[in-house]
Design a protein around this ligand. Structure first.
Ligand code: PLP
Length: 286
């Protein structure tokens, strides 16, 4: 495994960063999760744009241009001889002292990890995931812009711990207004009477898979709109699915002990899953 750090490649054993990196000390940085399918990277430019926007929002200046970064990602895939992969690029604030002032960190750190990757949820794409609504709340956009995919993932991790404890596959996180926000690492969609609804983008991460679902729904002539959604909408849904780069489109057939619809992945979800598979396997940066 060859890992990119600051312009050089290291074996997994030798891939090391400083304990003074503010990415570690303060979660000061941004990251991405990107998939490659059969040697083509899905929506690479969108992921790079989101990462650079996140960096800009926290005044982190990446030490390389978008073009150079894109090339570094593709080179990491080539070096690891990966065709189906999950790619994890990271910008950290870089090495400073123990104070949090980012002016002490003269140069941002860049890390790219790429690993071989298949279907994240295995047989659950056919059975459906078990969802658990959790007590931890999504940070509000009033507190921190939700579209910064920052290295602070503690609320997502607390959500995951709660879901794990309750025997679920994925958490469903609400925002502080009491509306559904998203999963611990994915966006959520609810289908009722053939119409798809999903929480407003301001209150979750603007998922790239979410965006692809909007495009596919339009193409397939399925109605899709943003909405405020709560427990009632979840529990009475005909179908529920979550979307993410890692999860792709995954049906959720049980939530808080209730059966969703007839307990099997529904027809709208399945149609979108097929269309998404087709999209990811036929597009992307070679
Ligand atoms: N929501 C959160 C909190 C995430 O971490 C992710 C994963 O990146 C998503 C949603 C889904 O986003 P995407 O489809 O861009 O992977």
């Amino acid at each position: 495994e060859q890992i990119y750090i600051d312009g050089k490649f290291y074996s997994k054993e030798n891939a090391r960063i400083s304990v003074y990196d503010h990415g570690l000390l303060y979660g000061d940085g941004v990251f991405e999760g990107i998939r490659a399918y059969n040697g083509r990277v899905f929506r690479l430019d969108e992921h790079i744009d989101r990462m650079y926007d996140g960096a800009r929002a926290i005044c982190l200046v990446p030490p390389l241009s978008k073009e150079e970064f894109k090339e570094a990602i593709l080179e990491t895939l080539r070096r690891n001889d990966l065709k189906d992969a999950y790619i994890r690029p990271i910008f950290t604030r870089g090495v400073g002292d123990l104070g949090l002032d980012p002016r002490k960190c003269p140069k941002a750190g860049v890390i790219i990890i790429a690993v071989s990757w298949g279907a994240m949820y295995g047989d659950l794409y056919e059975k459906g995931l078990t969802g658990v609504t959790v007590s931890v709340r999504r940070n509000a956009p009033e507190a921190l812009p939700t579209n910064i995919k920052s290295l602070n993932y503690l609320n997502n991790i607390l959500a995951k711990i709660e879901a794990n404890e309750k025997g679920g596959d994925e958490a469903i996180i609400f925002d502080i207004r009491g509306n559904i926000s998203e999963g611990s690492g994915d966006n959520i969609f609810i289908i009722k009477n053939g119409r798809i609804r999903t929480p407003f983008v301001q209150y979750n991460l603007n998922g790239i898979t979410r965006g692809a679902v909007f495009e596919l729904a339009e193409k397939l002539g399925i109605s899709l709109a943003e909405a405020n959604l709560g427990y009632f909408d979840l529990y009475t849904a005909d179908e529920v699915f979550v979307t993410g780069t890692a999860a792709e489109i995954a049906p959720m057939t049980r939530i808080d002990g209730r059966v969703i619809g007839d307990g099997k992945p529904g027809p709208v979800t399945k149609k979108l899953m097929t269309a998404y598979t087709e999209l990811t396997r036929t597009t992307g940066t070679p």
